[in-house]
Design a binder for this molecule. Structure first.
Ligand code: NOJ
Length: 745
């Protein structure tokens, strides 16, 4: 490789005219087959059947490769593309780098719990730097699907239930991945996925159909995607499922009318994996030819892995069904990306770079801080936390306490070996002089194995026998009995959330709750640390375990960050980006519902179910801290403004406790009447601030047409009503500090 030009860091932003001219020149010399090749993304993994990637690339039959994570092989394939293929067009290497490449950050749901977009931006910038150093150009993230149903496994990959928080996290992640412009050195191209509505799968069952009104799509499900476009995202991924009976990957309204027409997106749309071919399986397209035609006409530029474009597009042009100009238009943004990334000048990656980049100590520091900031303290009775570092005899119990997989969480980069600091390791490092005993208790496992296990048949170990599980249970209880304090680490294995990882129940899997009860019955102080990728129904724990820390899946530095929080070296300040239902059967559950004729608190309202309260166990936006805050002096700059004008809202926040800490100040509105019923509360502003004991800060929010307008079912367009509004500012979505103002016509 030493004669190859190496990717450097001095790329400059090419001018728009320069890019257009180069694309025109390239298109002018490419054959139809090569153009179709650019629209084709092939799998690079050995287990994928069919022709070898090398042969496809040599003939100009592929524009991009995914499912490959091997720097040397990237260079080898690239060499074939730029030296042997007819038009010598470099390849784009793409992979799912969702929350870290080698240094693993908290899962996206956790990053959203930080309510700190800067944390997400910084984390994804490190992920991008490592991925780019490995030779990747393009990540399939961020996932921007709003998820209001905790049974849906992929809730872990997104920012939770709320469009306002989701949009802030979307823009931050795009900036982090891409840097100042698409193609910036040390960064990768981002991909806003899965467009759109995937998180609303019927029953939370992954891939199942979605039925969402245009009003819901525009007000709730689209805003993160639109924010990504505004932040300059280079690519989009079309979702798998049927949206109102039209598969997203064949949905012209979504991909052309909205995305390109209304939002002005000019980048490329890649289908989800095999989704073009799946248009046939889904009963939408007659055959591969019809699928290729419908996906391309709808606006899918690149076919991920189904080879349907490869097999059908040229024929569709030759028989006149498609015009070659339509193919050219689809190829154009793909070539534009390659030009902008400087791949024609520097197609290769320096094979020594990755080791230097991953060794940078700041990467681990960013990961540790991100993990600290994303954890949510759910309960702290009697101020059990923070714990004293003088503890001498601690038991760490639970199937996840020493699990590197569960600490790093779902969506590992292809071929990555988890190397996280576990909770046990983090606690042992924090208490070097103490006795820290560990027992796992019974194992937990999925009832139906993950379909992804099939790619790695050695992964699924035989199940523990009931006898071995019983011994593990009793050993765990005995280990706890011998300690002065017990830290239980419970939740979900990495394969229990994510793709194809939906659940019917939100209970702690396996015998974990029984073990928790048995340990609590010993009468010792117990701290529960949760490692999980979705809200769990922890009703019993919420009443009986004095301290509960929601640590999510915190990444490489997870164990250290958890120990930092448990022992007071960091103060928890995260807040829930989703509400915690009391039971899986309550999903979907979210705070931004409309009021109904029998709102909560009215005589007709006790609970929506007669067998359990339907309010969330923990509301959206909730999280405690080791200090206390007072939020007061809520003021709106005017009691009346005209449609189109803005109002400024301020509130004072004081740290009334004895240690420094963070509060996430949240602003919610409710439009009291108007064209449509509006949600009883909607988040429209937030700020995470740090306050020293006794310190007061004023937070300021702006409410203008963007925050007060909405897509109206009745008007069938975006409107801003002349209407009265409630405003609440506080520490979660149940905030009571209230004022109001009016918008007049
Ligand atoms: C399928 C998943 O739905 C998507 O999120 C992912 O990016 C692709 N596979 C590629 O791995």
């Amino acid at each position: 490789m030493n004669k190859m030009k190496k990717a450097g860091t001095a790329a400059s932003v090419p001018s728009e005219t320069g890019v257009a001219e180069r694309i025109e020149a390239l298109l002018g010399r490419m054959s139809l087959a090569e153009k179709v090749g650019q629209l084709t993304q092939i799998g690079g993994a050995d287990f994928i059947p069919g022709p070898k990637p090398e042969d496809i690339i040599r003939s100009g039959g592929a524009g991009s490769v995914l499912w490959l994570n091997d720097t040397k092989k990237f260079n080898a394939l690239q060499k074939i593309a730029v030296e042997e293929s007819p038009s010598k067009i470099p390849l784009l290497f793409a992979l799912d780098v969702i929350h870290g490449y080698r240094t693993i950050f908290p899962v996206p749901l956790a990053m959203a719990s930080s309510w700190d977009p800067a944390v997400a931006e910084q984390s994804q910038a490190v992920a991008a730097k490592e991925a780019r150093a490995a030779g990747l150009h393009w990540t399939f993230g961020p996932m921007l699907d709003i998820a209001r149903d905790a049974r849906w496994g992929r809730i872990v990959e997104g920012a939770g239930e709320d469009p306002f928080l989701g949009a802030a996290m979307a823009a931050a992640q795009v900036r982090g991945f891409q840097g100042p412009y698409p193609g910036a050195p040390d960064h990768v191209i981002a991909c806003a996925k899965h467009f759109a509505g995937y998180g609303a799968a019927d029953g939370g069952r992954d891939y199942d159909p979605v039925y969402l009104s245009e009003t819901q799509l525009r007000n709730v499900y689209f805003p993160p995607f639109q924010a990504a476009v505004k932040a300059g995202v280079g690519t989009f991924m079309s979702a798998y499922m049927d949206l109102n009976n039209v598969p997203a990957s064949g949905n012209r309204w979504l991909l052309s009318d909205i995305l390109r027409g209304e939002w002005g997106f000019q980048g490329l749309v890649v289908s989800d994996a095999f989704a073009v071919g799946s248009l046939v399986v889904q009963g939408f397209a007659r055959d591969g030819r019809d699928a290729a035609f419908r996906a391309l006409s709808a606006g899918v530029n690149m076919d991920m892995a189904s080879n349907t474009y490869m097999q059908n597009l040229a024929g569709l042009v030759e028989d006149g069904t498609l015009k070659e100009a339509e193919i050219d238009a689809a190829v154009q943004p793909i070539l534009a990306l390659k030009v902008r990334m400087g791949l024609f000048e520097q197609p290769y990656i320096d094979e020594a770079l990755l080791d230097q980049v991953i060794a940078l100590p700041e990467h681990r520091q960013v990961a540790r801080r991100a993990a600290q900031r994303s954890m949510v303290l759910l309960r702290n009775e009697g101020r059990l936390l923070p714990l004293s570092k003088n503890l001498k005899n601690v038991a760490v119990i639970g199937p996840l306490a020493d699990s590197k997989e569960a600490t790093e969480g779902s969506w590992m980069v292809f071929g990555h070996q988890p190397g996280a600091v576990t909770v046990l390791e983090g606690i042992r490092a924090k208490l070097p002089g103490a006795r820290v005993e560990y027992a796992s208790g019974p194992e937990i496992r999925r009832d139906f194995p993950s379909p992804f296990d099939d790619f790695d048949p050695g992964k699924r170990k035989p199940a523990q026998t009931p006898e071995a599980a019983e011994v593990a249970f009793q050993t765990a209880v005995e280990t706890a009995r011998g300690a002065e304090l017990v830290i239980m680490v419970l939740g979900e294995n990495a394969d229990m959330a994510g793709e194809a990882a939906s659940r019917g129940s939100l209970d702690l899997p396996g015998r974990q709750e029984d073990l928790l009860k048995a340990v609590v019955a010993l009468g010792k102080p117990v701290v529960l640390v949760l490692l999980n990728g979705r809200p769990l129904s922890i009703v019993w724990a919420a009443e009986h375990v004095p301290a509960i820390l929601e640590a999510w899946e915190p990444g490489s530095e997870g164990g250290n960050a958890i120990a930092d929080i448990l022992f007071g070296d960091a103060n928890p300040g995260g807040k829930l980006p989703v509400c915690f239902p009391r039971s899986g059967s309550h999903a979907p559950l979210y705070y931004a519902r409309t009021l109904t004729h029998a709102p909560e608190g009215s005589p007709m309202y006790r609970s929506r179910y007669w067998d359990s309260p339907t309010t969330p166990l923990y509301p959206f936006g909730f999280g405690l801290c080791y200090t206390t805050f007072l939020i007061a002096n809520l003021e709106a700059s005017a009691s009346q403004v005209k449609v189109g004008q803005s109002v400024t809202v301020t509130a004072d926040v004081t740290n009334t406790g004895r240690v420094a800490g963070d509060e996430v100040v949240q602003l919610y509105i409710h439009q009291k009447a108007g064209s449509d019923s509006r949600p009883m509360r909607e988040l429209k502003g937030f700020e995470r601030i740090t306050l020293q004991p006794g310190e007061t800060k004023t937070v300021t929010f702006h409410l203008g047409p963007d925050e007060l307008g909405y897509w109206s079912t009745n008007a069938d367009r975006w409107i801003q009503d002349a209407a009265a509004f409630d405003i609440w500012v506080g520490a979660d979505s149940l905030a009571t500090l209230h004022t109001d103002f009016e918008v007049v016509g």
